[in-house]
Design a binder for this molecule. Structure first.
Ligand SMILES: Nc1ncnc2c1ncn2[C@@H]1O[C@H](COP(=O)(O)OP(=O)(O)OP(=O)(O)O)[C@@H](O)[C@H]1O
Length: 223
């Protein structure tokens, strides 16, 4: 489902060169839920961005469902992402002037889905946010904001969900609710999930933990 071959990433800023990924290869089968753990600066976000097609590797190849995304041009890659990959970040990045319903509908509108709004209502209802659909992000709690962000990430039925520290900003009860929700999506839709986390309790919900250190995979642990 997700294949990476010898991914390297070099960031170059003002003459400084940071080798963030030093040759990562992996193969994640459809329907698995995988945690990526490692010290700060080890390359977790960089890896997730490259696997999700938000960024290109300096070297190496990423295939999702047999599509070589490293070969896609910006516009094609954006289309591929919108259709196939959902993202959730530590900070929700919801649009502040838009309601929950509008935030969640947006990716479906962009994909030309005529039923965007009714789909968004259905997903928000399933995530126990029905009576919050007309609220703006500032009128929602942190846990509710993150559930709206998850609803937005899954509205186009992505094959892959990429979550970068999705619970990093939440208290332990909300963190548990969010990870259980992600697990449920993983199981009921066979959605392949990759989560970067510092939290061992969160990683326990996954099938595997990929331990990353200094831009390399140090080990793979089966849960
Ligand atoms: N845009 C960038 N430009 C230059 N260097 C970067 C950039 N993004 C990340 N880096 C560097 O690449 C390395 C890996 O960063 P990355 O954000 O992937 O680590 P991380 O494991 O996600 O860290 P954290 O747990 O702190 O979020 C770090 O040394 C970081 O400073």
């Amino acid at each position: 489902m997700i294949k990476a071959e010898n991914i390297k990433k070099i960031y170059q800023t003002n003459g400084d060169r940071v080798l963030a990924l030093k040759g990562i290869s992996l193969n994640i089968e459809k329907g698995l839920m995988v945690a990526v753990m490692g010290p700060s600066g080890s390359g977790k976000s960089t890896l997730l961005h490259i696997l999700g097609g938000i960024d290109y590797p300096t070297e190496g190849k990423v295939e999702i469902d047999d599509v070589d995304i490293t070969n896609l041009k910006d516009k094609q890659l954006a289309e591929f992402r919108n259709k196939n990959i959902g993202f959730v970040f530590q900070f929700h990045y919801l649009l502040p002037e838009f309601t929950a319903l509008e935030n969640v509908s947006l990716p479906a509108y962009l994909a030309g889905d005529k039923n965007a709004e009714s789909k968004a209502v259905a997903i928000l209802t399933k995530l126990n946010l029905k009576d919050r659909i007309n609220h703006k992000p500032s009128q929602l709690s942190g846990g509710e904001q993150q559930r709206v962000a998850i609803a937005r990430a899954i509205i186009n039925n992505p094959k892959v969900l990429i979550a970068d520290e999705p619970t990093g900003n939440l208290d332990s009860q909300n963190a548990k609710n969010v990870i259980m929700l992600i697990k449920e999506l993983n199981e009921s839709f066979d959605m392949t999930v990759i989560i970067a986390t510092h939290d061992v309790e969160i990683a326990k919900y996954c099938d595997y933990i990929y331990h990353i250190k200094d831009g390399m995979i140090e080990g793979i642990e089966k849960i």
